[in-house]
Design a protein around this ligand. Sequence first.
Ligand code: ZN
Length: 203
Amino acid sequence: AEEIQEIERAGADLLHLDIMDGCFVPNLSYGIPVVQAIRRTTSLFLDTHLMLADPGKYLAPFRDAGADSLTVHIEVCADPRDLADEIHRLGAECGVAINPGTAAESLFPSLGDLDLALVMSVEPGFGGQSFRHDMLPKIETIRGWLDGQGSKVHLQVDGGIDSDTAPLVYQAGARNLVAGTSVFRNPSGVAAAISSLRPETSG
Ligand code: ZN
C-alpha cells in the first residue's frame, strides 16, 4: 500500500498488475485477493495483465476484484474477439498481448475491437530482464497499422523499460509504457524514475 501510494503521488498514470499462473508462464505471482486489496488502496486505473493459460475463466472474478482493464495473451486464444466481447460486457477495457516470438500481424484481425495492444519486450514471467531491441520494428508495424486505420487503440510496451529504452519505444510509436524494476528499484526514488521515463516536453 505504501509503495502504491508513493507511485500515485509521483504521477504514475496507471498501475499495471502482472498476474501469472505458473502454467502460461513458469512463475506464480498473485491473484484475486491481492487485486481486491490493491483496489482498496488506490484510485489508480488497474491495468491487469493476465498471463494465464485459460483467461476466460477469470475475467469476471478479476473485474469483480476491481480491475479496470483485462489484457489476455493471443498465444492462448488465436481469435480474442469473443473474450473482448465478454470483457466489454463486464464493463472493462480489453487488451491483447503478444510475446516476443509472436508476429505483429496476429493482432490485426482483432485490433479494431480492442482498447489496448501490448507488445512484450521480454519473455513474460520474470521481472528484471533486459529490453529486446528487436521488438522495436514490431512496435513500428503496429503503430503504422493503427495510424493507417485512424485507430485510438493504446499501444503498450512491457519489459525492460527504463530511461534508456523509453525514448526508443516512444520513437517507435508506443505511448503506454510499463516499468517495474526501473521504478521500484531506482536509487533516485520513484518520482525521479517516473519522470525520467516521460518524453521531453519541449514542444
Ligand atoms: Zn505485464
